[in-house]
Design a protein around this ligand. Structure first.
Ligand code: SF4
Length: 76
């Protein structure tokens, strides 16, 4: 049962810009949800929180060596 069906908040992909070191691994792993700015730092796209792409978002968050990406409950 999905978060939407249970009434729970859908998780969103969140970036900690202080922890991010900008080497871009996440955008390589999850190009549907992350793009890099001119300085090589990721921008989280709205698509990053698409439930259909959740596995990709999780993989990108897990692969971040700086622990700068995580899935967290959406703020209401
Ligand atoms: S993998 Fe982590 S540290 Fe590297 S650019 Fe992405 S969020 Fe930043």
């Amino acid at each position: 049962m999905s978060a939407r069906e249970t009434g729970a908040a859908e998780p969103v992909l969140a970036l900690d810009p202080i922890a991010c070191v900008g080497h871009g691994l996440c955008a390589e792993l999850f190009p549907e949800g992350l793009v890099l700015d001119d300085w090589g730092f990721p921008i989280v796209l709205p698509e990053a929180s698409d439930p259909a792409l959740r596995a990709h978002a999780k993989r990108a968050a897990k692969a971040c060596p700086a622990l700068a990406l995580r899935l967290r409950a959406a703020r209401r």
